[in-house]
Design a binder for this molecule. Structure first.
Ligand code: TXA
Ligand code: MG
Length: 349
């Protein structure tokens, strides 16, 4: 039997990020409380939200995104008090990190309480929790009256959406509502830190950096999967590490070189597109998209996913991306680009 996917109408509502319209917020909250899916803006990327306590609603997230069933979701709360019912125990480190970085782009992995359906965590006995700072996200969580499970609102595998237009491109016709709160300020997903073992471990780098975390809780490790490909035989600490990620349709190759060497290398390639820094532009003779100034990791973070989507729009087939510096927020940018490149890196000599 051939089954055809039924398209639904996707409503797009624009909302003022600074003072969210109460009726629009209530509409989104009601839909979520009834088990529906709503794409919402957060300070990192857009999220595809559903009631985290409703297994059926959460199942619909996986279906809409085409997400592998073994990749767990982050649960979003509006107030720090929302954390306690979701977790089995609350270590001092979690309290200290929440105090220092919430609301904001930090996700903590803790023991999962029985309140959270197993499907949210893809069967793991842990749960990922974050309290976003975006006023629209927080207002909608409050209006829903329940914690919200929300992965990035892209089709699984493609670059995370940093505008409502990206969400419409990926999920239009598949979800009932997209709330447009403008472009996301951070541009890459939250830092994910596991607090399951004695020393906290960064599973995914983000805007809250290792240096910042260490100032609050002392030594923090960075998981091997952040900069290296985890082999299938090794159990990934974070299932999301296994998957090809953030990829545009174009093939992406990361180039580790200074500006002159990078430009020389790319100028000698036929039909290549450059994903470069601002400083490279005057030296390039090929088509390019720039993702910010060389020394400005926040700008690179804000522009990276946007630029990857732009390269597809321009019809790029092969993209040579200048590698960012792996320091501070730059580590997050590097991590996402490395995955977009499927770990293909060249070092021109
Ligand atoms: O900034 C963000 O975190 C955005 C916005 C929408 O909040 N959300 C987001 O969700 O990036 P998602 O699903 O695209 O990424 C969640 C990541 C995945 O890599 C997943 O494997 C990991 O967090 N994760 C979730 N729960 C986990 C758990 N219990 N143990 C280990 N890793 C977990
Ligand atoms: Mg994602």
């Amino acid at each position: 039997m051939v089954t055809k996917e039924v398209e639904m109408q996707t409503n797009l509502i624009e909302i003022d990020a600074q003072s969210p319209d109460k009726e629009m917020v209530a509409q989104a909250g009601k839909l979520l409380a009834q088990g529906g899916l709503v794409a919402i803006p957060t300070e990192t990327v857009y999220g595809l939200a559903a009631n985290a306590l409703d297994g059926q609603a959460v199942r619909a997230i996986f279906a809409a995104k085409g997400r592998p069933q073994d990749n767990p979701l982050i649960v979003h709360i509006a107030d720090p008090e929302g954390l306690t019912p979701l977790v089995r125990e609350l270590p001092q480190t979690a309290l200290a990190l929440a105090k220092a970085f919430w609301p904001g782009p930090l996700t903590m992995i803790l023991g999962r309480s029985p309140l959270v359906p197993a499907i949210v965590s893809a069967g793991l006995d842990t749960v990922a929790v974050r309290m976003p700072s975006h006023p629209v996200a927080r207002a909608i969580i409050r209006a829903a009256g329940v914690p919200l499970a929300a992965p990035s609102a892209n089709r699984s595998g493609s670059p995370s959406p940093t505008t409502a237009a990206h969400v419409m491109d990926d999920l239009g016709g598949r979800i009932p509502l997209v709330v447009d709160g403008g472009a996301c300020g951070v541009g890459v997903e939250s830092t994910v830190v596991s607090l399951i073992s004695d020393i906290p471990v960064i599973l995914r780098p983000g805007a809250v950096t290792r240096e910042q975390l260490e100032r609050v809780v002392g030594k923090v490790r960075v998981d091997d999967g952040v900069l290296h490909q985890v082999s299938d035989s090794v159990k990934a600490s974070s299932p999301g590490m296994k998957y090809r990620h953030y990829s545009p349709r174009a093939r992406v190759i990361m180039v580790e070189a200074d500006s002159d060497r990078y430009c020389d290398y790319v100028n000698n390639l036929d039909g290549a597109f450059a994903l470069c820094f601002e400083e490279d532009i005057p030296k390039l003779h090929v088509n390019y998209v720039n993702y910010g100034a060389q020394g400005d990791a926040s700008e690179q973070a804000r522009l990276l996913f946007f630029s990857l989507r732009e390269l597809d729009r321009l019809g790029a087939k092969t993209v040579y991306a200048r590698a960012p510096i792996k320091r501070g927020l730059g580590l997050a940018v590097y991590n996402r680009l490395l995955r977009a490149a499927g770990f293909e890196v060249v070092v021109p000599t």
